[in-house]
Design a protein around this ligand. Sequence first.
Ligand SMILES: [Zn+2]
Length: 357
Amino acid sequence: MAYLNYDEIVSAIQIFAERYPALASRVSLPNLTAESRRVEAVAIGRTRSADQRTAIFVGGVHAREWVPPDALVGLAADLLEAYSSGTGLRYGSTYFDKSTIASIVDDMQIVILPCANPDGRVFSQNVDGDWRKNRRPLLNHQGGVCHGVDINRNFDVAWDFRLHFAPGGVSASDDPCHKYLYVGPAAASESETRNIVWLLDSLPGTGWFVDVHSAIPAVFHSWGLDSNQTADPEQNFLNPAFDGIRGNPDDTYGEFITEVDLDTVRSLARAMKDAITLVAGDDYSVGPAFELYATSGASDDYAYSRHLARPGLPKVLGFTMECGHEFQPDDSGRETTIKEVCAALLAFCGKVNSPDA
Ligand SMILES: [Zn+2]
């Protein structure tokens, strides 16, 4: 089966809402892309409301990573079909019985945004398979035009990397012509970024956020800004005393996270990894996102940072799943990776939905 194009992704969302009106609603996000596309999500659950306990799953932030949008459409289809027919779901040797499926749909809201960056996907699937950013035209430093912002460097968490990080300490660029890592002209400057912020703002019941990327394979939890530490709350991304030194693994600065939160995010990440292993035997790594490299302005850190930057906002635990081994695998690799993403995210829901989570 070929990869879904963006029109097919939108059609799938429409079909879910029409076929399962009691269980699924289309959510049209407010900000059009530079090429005037509407970004669409689907909310799944018996009770779909702003205050319902919610997990948000996002894919397609990076255009060339073709599997995550297909996997998230597949997850929505599987979940709706299994719940409606009163069955369980199997991915390889990972099995979710019908009561687990029922309790996820009965007791939670799952908001799935399969393709956050449709302009990028269209460009990647038709012009340049290696395209990662969105497609906004921007003036470069020489007065010419370059295209695209890396959405996963554009969120408002330590976005100004030259201020917050040590020189060379972070995977980011302020050159609009950088093919992969341009952070954008301002924090949350991009429609695609603001759509995800809007979801978090409008769904205060959200407790969990998973951004699905490819391809390492790995499951990452907080933080991506710097190495974790649980001893000194003063060492945190909001404290200007540590500007200019973040992102270096070999210094004394570490990003603060409470022991409770660190235990929780580790155990949720491990639950995803364990479910994946049973699909086809692959061994995903688990760890803080910083183990890959330091990131500024990334979605997972932004989601978790919100309750710290603006006290009063609910806490959202943020994750990045890096599925599979290739950006655009062949049919068999695609199918296996889709099953791994579905298994991981349902295991994640099962865990947050269980009484001991
Ligand atoms: Zn990515």
